[in-house]
Design a protein around this ligand. Structure first.
Ligand code: SF4
Ligand code: SF4
Length: 225
């Protein structure tokens, strides 16, 4: 899933400091799972903002609405009858949400309420870790099922750098060296020879380096049936 962190209350308050009536739009997708943009978090943010603005003597009127998903125009259209009632909208979805909203409602102002960080999952309650960088050409089968693109600080594809020490990455003592894990996994499986040989240069055109990407499933495109 997409993992995000909510922006600080101070940052959000600063974004809407001149607004008197706002909508906070949550999303029932990934941001609900990682506890930043679901109904509970939307309610907490609305209450916190109202209290903060009341203390300033600058009351704010806030409504909330949690969309099924903000990355789907069908659901984004669900606020078409109310979106113009507000001075601005704060989206608590990943970065896709406020962009879909901005594209559909061109006259409204949308603020991102979260910082979108990575594709990952929960490794324990309250802890999410990155696993994928969306490179567009998955080859983790070459690395024991572990991804050096996303999990090596240098995205090395041909073994560890010189900074790996006791299984720890040189960038941070709390970060495993994924290459240490890859090598150990292949050793344990008796497949170390799979890592011998230089892997060619990765084609990064399928990653972000090739510009914004598009995925088309012809069988799903309306009119192609
Ligand atoms: S190889 Fe690419 S697609 Fe596969 S997990 Fe790593 S970043 Fe994601
Ligand atoms: S120590 Fe390991 S994970 Fe860190 S940059 Fe070097 S090879 Fe990559």
């Amino acid at each position: 899933m997409i993992v995000a962190d909510r922006k600080s209350l101070q940052e959000i308050l600063a974004m809407v400091k001149d607004n008197k009536k706002i909508l906070i739009a949550g999303c029932k997708g990934c941001v609900t799972v990682c506890n930043v943009g679901g109904l509970k978090e939307v309610e907490i943010l609305a209450s916190s903002m109202k209290i903060a603005r009341k203390k300033e003597g600058n009351d704010i009127d806030i409504d909330i609405h949690v969309l099924e998903r903000q990355c789907d125009t069908e659901y984004v259209a669900g606020i078409s009858d109310i979106v113009d009632d507000y001075d601005a909208v704060i989206s608590l979805a990943c970065g896709v949400g406020p962009q879909f909203l901005s594209e559909m409602y061109k006259d409204q102002t949308f603020y991102p309420g979260v910082n979108t960080t990575f594709f990952g999952g929960a490794t324990q309650h309250g802890v999410w870790e990155e696993r994928c960088a969306g490179c567009g050409t998955c080859a983790i089968h070459n690395f024991g099922g572990l991804c050096p693109v996303a999990r090596c600080a240098k995205s090395l594809l041909n073994g560890p750098c010189g900074g790996s020490s006791n299984g720890v990455c040189e960038i941070n003592k709390d970060t495993e060296c994924i290459w240490d894990s890859i090598v150990r996994k292949k050793m344990d499986a008796g497949q170390l020879e799979d890592l011998i040989g230089v892997k060619g240069i990765k084609d990064w055109r399928t990653a972000r380096d090739g510009g914004p990407r598009r995925s088309i499933r012809e069988e799903l495109v309306q009119g192609n049936i």
